[in-house]
Design a protein around this ligand. Structure first.
Ligand code: KG4
Ligand code: ZN
Length: 347
């Protein structure tokens, strides 16, 4: 089966052409640099850039795959969660193609796709514990199939990647700041600054990163290193120690809650996806622990991409999922999971 995957939920316009598990071509146009000047993603700007760039990316991907539109058997597109105005661009484009070519359309869940792309590398048996950690998500799922996810844990405020980006912004690092802080953390002392491990003492599967971000702000302010209060941002060893101490707090929180979730649910396998799954500290901590057998997505598929969308679209099509051309985008994760569960129950 030849599938075109389309992703426009946030600030990357991404497409991919897959034949089964083989990736024939993929294209990503990142808008990160443009949004960086605003310190975060501007929805209307993202939408406009998707609209301008999507058709050219599809043409380029089909060209490098050596196939034509008429060869496509399935169109998969991200249906949510994400920014409504951004999702709409991909969905309208995908519907137009599906209608014009007379091929089926599958609208996929972006968060599920972040996990399910793991099977492209080496299939992981169900059920598994899924951890999605990105700029928009810190979620734990019990995954019983490509269309059978139960949300069992989540952040009550900021997502893990968002915390990295906000701490980076505080000290003038470029957006997004996760990879930069991760690199600095490798050279710093994780015990240099005492920072809280939010929610760790509570016997639940909830995460919170907003208090940690505030603790970093308070520390910087007291040390005279908070630029917004007239201080100069830390540099050299002080910056590396801050990055390492912050990363240690984030990683310990994520690993402890995730291992707790696996034990509670009796799950022996863990799949980690989303941008923060690139994090070296997180990878090392999971690998060193005595928790479930961990499967990380390859770094190139951790951040947003079209390959994960096509892969999940094909898996769901094979599992019998069918969508009409009046399928609506769903910006919120909870609403989308509910809708998917209700549809699965009916069919
Ligand atoms: O999955 P993604 O591309 O987009 C969302 O769906 O959010 O993730 C982007 C997020 C950003 O917050 C970025 O700072 C973070 O992932 N990130 C990292 C690393 N690489 C990307 N965070 C920590 N360590 C990294 N190495
Ligand atoms: Zn994502």
């Amino acid at each position: 089966m030849l599938c075109l995957g389309i992703e426009t939920s946030c600030d990357e316009t991404a497409v991919a052409v897959l034949r089964g598990r083989q990736v024939l071509a993929e294209e990503v146009a990142s808008q990160v640099a443009e949004h960086a000047t605003f310190g975060g993603v501007v929805p209307e700007l993202a939408s406009r850039r998707h609209l301008e760039g999507l058709d050219g990316l599809v043409t380029a991907a089909l060209g490098s795959a050596g196939v034509g539109l008429v060869d496509l058997d399935l169109i998969a597109v991200t249906r949510g969660p994400g920014l409504l105005v951004a999702l709409l661009v991909g969905m309208q484009y995908a519907k137009g193609l599906a209608a014009g070519l007379g091929v089926p359309l599958i609208g996929v869940n972006h968060v599920t796709a972040h996990l399910e792309a793991v099977h492209l590398d080496a299939p992981v048996a169900y059920p598994y514990l899924g951890l999605v950690v990105s700029g928009g998500h810190t979620h734990l799922f019990r995954v019983a199939g490509s269309n059978a996810l139960t949300l069992i844990g989540h952040t009550v405020d900021d997502a893990a990647g968002e915390a990295y980006d906000k701490v980076g912004k505080m000290i003038g690092l470029p957006y997004p700041s996760g990879a930069v802080l991760d690199g600095l953390a490798q050279e710093g002392d994780p015990a240099a600054i005492a920072l809280p491990r939010p929610m760790l003492d509570r016997d639940n599967l909830l995460f919170s990163f907003s208090g940690l971000k505030t603790a970093v702000r308070t520390y910087l302010s007291r040390a005279g290193q908070l630029p917004e209060s007239g201080g100069s941002a830390p540099t050299g060893a002080a910056l590396r120690d801050l990055a390492a101490s912050f990363q240690a707090a984030v990683v310990e929180t994520i690993v402890t809650k995730t291992v707790r979730a696996a034990r509670r649910e009796g799950l022996e396998r863990l799949v980690v996806g989303g941008g923060v799954a690139c994090n070296a500290g997180l990878r090392a901590a999971f690998a060193a622990g005595d928790g479930p057998a961990v499967h990380f997505l390859p770094p190139r598929y951790c951040t947003d991409n079209g390959v994960m969308v096509a892969a999940l679209g094909m898996a769901q099509y094979a599992a019998g999922v069918r969508h009409d051309l009046d399928l609506a985008p769903v910006p919120g994760l909870a609403a989308l999971l509910e809708d998917e569960a209700a549809t699965a129950a009916v069919s």
